[in-house]
Design a protein around this ligand. Structure first.
Ligand code: DAT
Ligand code: MG
Length: 134
């Protein structure tokens, strides 16, 4: 069954010049890139996207970081799009992420871990609405 997911290349990866290589990896999965946009995340979008983390010690740093510079926002679709993208991204902490995953190959720290990807179809629908409108 075709599914949509929201993926975002985070500011550290854009600043370090990895956009092309990271987009390539998502394309290589066979998923379709339905939307792709370069832009800056607003405080409000960041707060909505990361509302589940509000109150955690890293929350303020997370919002500061995701709004700190341009990102690349994408909607990808295809069979099991959520799980396919999460697997490709690797573990949240790049130090735990397997080689060959995006975070394993490009990530430096858990704070700046290169990519965001929705964790469920429900999150995907919510996040797509935040960043691309309903
Ligand atoms: P994921 O991005 O893999 O879904 P998450 O939803 O648990 O991970 O956390 C969202 C982001 O918050 C994550 O990409 C990086 C940051 N983060 C998570 N845990 C952290 C921690 N212990 N210290 C600092 N930043 C953290
Ligand atoms: Mg998450």
């Amino acid at each position: 069954m075709s599914q949509k997911t929201y993926v975002m290349i985070k500011p550290d990866a854009v600043a370090r010049g990895f956009v092309g290589r990271i987009v390539q990896r998502f394309e290589d999965t066979g998923l379709i890139i339905e939307r792709l946009e370069y832009g800056v995340v607003t405080q409000d979008e960041a707060a909505q996207n990361y509302r589940e983390h509000e109150g955690k010690p890293f929350y303020a740093g997370l919002v500061d970081y995701i709004t700190s510079g341009p990102v690349v926002k994408m909607v990808l679709s295809g069979p099991e799009a959520v799980a396919v993208c999460r697997k490709l991204m690797g573990a949240t902490n790049p130090r735990d992420a397997a080689p060959g995953t995006i975070r394993g190959d490009f990530g430096l720290s858990v704070e700046a871990n290169v990519v965001h990807g929705s964790d469920s179809p429900e999150s995907a629908e919510r996040e797509i609405a935040i960043f691309f409108g309903a």
